[in-house]
Design a protein around this ligand. Structure first.
Ligand SMILES: Cc1ncc(C[n+]2csc(CCOP(=O)(O)OP(=O)(O)O)c2C)c(N)n1
Ligand SMILES: CC(=O)[C@@H](O)[C@H](O)COP(=O)(O)O
Ligand SMILES: [Mg+2]
Length: 639
């Protein structure tokens, strides 16, 4: 069925294909992408948009030697298909299968594992510099970056450096007018103005005429260069920003015309110094519903196309933590007009569209600029506003220094709602929110919390907005349950003792509370009486309750969906050490000191015992261990 694609074992197999055959190849790649999203959620619209660009790049350069980085990495699928991974492609984003991002463990054509936006130009400049210093100047260096990723501060740091070094570097700007949501900000407006360039609109045909006379191969470099210069001069009055930074700006050009892309790439391949090639593509190109609604089709749920009607395979389902957080934020914004909210280009993922629409003047999308978003929030807080920074745990890592200096050091009441805190399943190690407990609890003044169930999301936000200090609330990419109990109100640094047990205690920090409760119920039915504490706060930690439990319980199991190192369990051990309490009977469950692969969330959680059965099993083991230490089997389940 995929007559050409199925025979592509490496990009070298493209070398004899004509433009017509390459177009046929593009259609086959799109067919594979459409079949994939019928089975599972995957990055769809972005990949549809770069099919021709991927083909042209691999047809022009030799990335077995030249260097290629796809910024962010979510648009890597056509590249994977062209670099020998067609047969395995159906496994992408599943346990043990291909990663949904570049992965050097899969292929030498993938240089870095990436998933966070904005670093490609810096990394490519490093590769360029390394190759130059080691006598490998012939290796070309190409970074492809989207218009959504482009405004990240680090990109401008890299452009600045590359321009100063006059490095031979090609930056391909893939401009599809979209981030996940429509792109925002001054750089977006600038790109729009560049599209108005007569080169792209009016006189494009004139420039094309010149380029049509540039033979593709076997031409003396000088002639090619001379012609290129003319073409560049003829067409380029835009791109001054890049020109001023020392880049040659070329474009914009149609990113779905393989022949044209190849001509330009041949041309820029030999241009000296840093070059920015502006390529215009359509997100979702080739599948009309995706082109019409690229936001939904960024990572759509698995769906079937019924004669042009998109029918999701699953619909509805329980309400996620994200939705509870969104609703709580909206409620606070309705109650108080000092409350504002920031997203760093993740309005869709955090389900904030209704908030954006209801409060257009208090909703701020900074673009993919997390560090800026935090410093911006600090400024607002200083004026008396109550900003909520609503960013995924993993992306907030970008703001570590602003959390330190602009927020914590000034003791400003910025509230961080950290979504995707925990394992994020199919996206894998770049996206797991593993480290926020550590990087938040590190700073003086910071209040660090995790809701144990759905209701606590709103309660904690309410509490956080009443504090005159910075605070952070973390929750995972999961459905939120309600844990039935006599609820106690949130109090600063107070844990909630849900039950006590003579045989041991589970102390849960965050969303595993429902599983922990199921575990203690199972254990009870087996004759093991284990108490349950909902920690609520990692900082300030409830020393009285938690250290007290360690002192008095035969064993304690701490539970958190975060890195063990620096995490909640570590905070418990530190508190015990400070109080001179023996913590040798404390067992910590959480994310071990290793990067967790992509795969089903439930599977990954089960591997690290963060399920009801896992928690119960560890309690049984602890009970057995304690019994054997005491030469007594009274603590063993079932005895
Ligand atoms: C640091 C960081 N913040 C946020 C994201 C989430 N994210 C992934 S793709 C994307 C949009 C990227 O837009 P663009 O670069 O234009 O690529 P396109 O999807 O349009 O091809 C965003 C916001 C991320 N990957 N990294
Ligand atoms: C590439 C990227 O970072 C996002 O597209 C991410 O895959 C979204 O994940 P969610 O589906 O959890 O929002
Ligand atoms: Mg884009």
């Amino acid at each position: 069925m995929h007559q050409i694609l199925s025979k592509i074992e490496s990009p070298a197999d493209l070398s004899n294909l004509s433009n017509e055959q390459l177009e046929q190849l593009a259609a086959e790649i799109r067919d594979v992408l459409c079949s994939l999203v019928a089975t599972r959620t995957a990055h769809f619209a972005s990949n549809l948009g770069v099919v021709e660009l991927s083909i042209a790049l691999h047809r022009t350069f030799d990335f077995s030697r030249d260097r290629l980085i796809w910024d962010t990495g979510h648009q890597i699928y056509p590249h994977k298909l062209l670099t020998g991974r067609y047969d395995e492609f159906g496994t992408i984003r599943t346990t043990g299968g291909l990663m949904g991002y570049p992965n050097p463990a899969e292929s030498d054509y993938d240089l870095f594992v990436t998933g966070h936006a904005g670093s490609s130009v810096s990394t490519m400049l490093g590769l360029r510099s390394g190759d130059d210093l080691q006598g490998e100047k012939d290796r070309h260096a190409v970074a492809v970056i989207g218009d959504g990723a482009f405004p990240s501060g680090i990109v401008f740091e890299a452009l600045n450096n590359a321009g100063g070094m006059n490095a031979n570097l090609l930056v391909v700007l893939n401009d599809n007018k979209m981030s996940i949501c429509p792109r925002v900000g001054g750089v977006a407006d600038y790109f729009d103005r560049l599209r108005m360039n007569p080169f792209y609109t009016g006189v494009k045909s004139e420039v094309l005429k010149i380029l049509n006379h540039v033979p593709l191969l076997g031409d003396p470099t000088e002639r090619l260069l001379a012609q290129c210069k003319e073409a560049v001069k003829a067409g380029l009055h835009g791109g001054m920003l890049f020109e001023e930074l020392g880049f040659s700006y070329i474009g914009p050009i149609d990113g779905h015309n393989i022949g044209l892309l190849r001509k330009y790439m041949e041309m820029v391949k030999t241009l000296p110094g840093p070059v920015l090639l502006h390529v215009v593509t359509e997100k979702g190109h080739g599948y009309q519903p995706a082109a019409a609604d690229p936001v939904f089709f960024h990572t759509p749920p698995a769906f079937i196309d019924d004669n042009g009607t998109v029918v999701p395979k699953k619909s509805g389902g329980a309400k996620a933590y994200t939705n509870y957080a969104r609703d709580a934020i909206a409620e606070q914004m309705r109650k108080c007009d000092k409350v504002t909210v920031m997203t760093a280009a993740m309005c869709q993922g955090t389900k904030m569209e209704p908030v954006r629409d209801e409060f257009p003047h208090r909703f701020f999308d900074t673009g993919i600029c997390e560090s800026h978003a935090v410093a911006f929030a600090a400024g607002q807080a200083k004026t008396g506003l109550r900003p909520i920074v609503n960013i995924y745990s993993t992306f907030l890592q970008r703001s570590f220094d602003q959390i330190f200096q602009e927020v914590a050091l000034q003791d400003l009441p910025v509230v961080f709602t950290m979504d995707r805190a925990g394992l994020t399943a199919a996206d894998g190690p770049t996206h797991h929110g593993s480290y926020d407990i550590g990087y938040m609890r590190l700073f003086p003044n910071m209040i660090v919390m995790a809701p144990g169930d759905a209701e606590e999301v709103g309660e904690m936000l309410d509490f956080a907005l009443l504090q005159d200090h910075p605070s952070a609330i973390r929750y995972p990419k999961a459905n939120a349950e309600t844990v039935e109990r006599n609820r106690t109100p949130i109090g600063l640094g107070k844990a909630e003792v849900m039950s006590t047990g003579a045989d041991g205690a589970v102390i849960c920090y965050g969303a595993q509370l429902a599983d922990a409760q199921r575990a203690v119920e199972t254990l009870k039915s087996e004759g093991l009486n284990v108490g349950l504490i909902n920690a609520r706060f990692c900082k300030p930690i409830d020393r009285e309750t938690i250290v007290g439990a360690v002192k008095t319980s035969p064993f304690v199991v701490t539970v958190e969906e975060g890195a063990l190192m620096t995490g909640f369990g570590s905070a418990v051990l530190e508190a015990c050490a400070d109080e001179g309490v023996d913590a040798s009977r404390v067992k910590r469950l959480g994310i071990p000191d290793t990067f967790i692969d992509h795969g089903e969330r439930e599977e990954r959680l089960a591997e690290i015992f963060l399920t009801a059965e896992g928690i119960a099993q560890v309690c049984r083991e602890m009970a057995a261990k304690i019994s054997s230490l005491h030469g007594d089997d009274s603590l063993t389940a079932g005895s």
